[in-house]
Design a protein around this ligand. Sequence first.
Ligand code: VGL
Ligand code: ZN
Length: 197
Amino acid sequence: MKALIVIDVQNDFCPGGALAVPGGDDIVPGINALMAEFPAVILTQDWHPADHASFASQHDGAAPMSVMQFPYGLQVLWPDHCIQGTTGARFHPDLITDRADLIIRKGMNPAIDSYSAFFENDHTTPTGLEGYLKTRGITDLTMVGLATDFCVNYSAVDAAKLGFAVTVRADLCRAIDFDGSLAAATGGMQAAGVRIA
Ligand code: VGL
Ligand code: ZN
């Protein structure tokens, strides 16, 4: 059984948002259309407390998009984004949400970022999505959404490591492309056995 995983199609990642991904809203009609081809649809939502440690605003003198050493590795310091309950955290208004079997939220732990829909960035704390998919007998995942080089990338690589057959529809994703991150992500996904279509 297959599922469509729609990653973080939220206002803050679309033009006009706090961490806008160029062309982030262009993919919404195509994602909506693709939902019709899948028996299961899962949406993810980046969902941070206002004092999340990944925000540059939480570190004195730190500039947004600078990089800092965290206990679990290097962490990009982002502009404040996807704060729980705000308009920026809501799904893009045109995204069809009625088809969602499950909405999974991530990034709630103030100390740990969570790009992947499966694990927080410590690579050990699970979100529960693996169990949800496996107990439903879902084996094949197609991923779309934002951003190609962060949350889509981490989710796709984790899913492949967990034994799912993973396809990323690159035409229905958009990238932040910060400091070579898109090329690195593409190589990493291919090395993990992710099919990029
Ligand atoms: C994302 C940076 C920070 C993403 C989330 O959805 O790709 N990127 N938080
Ligand atoms: Zn985030």
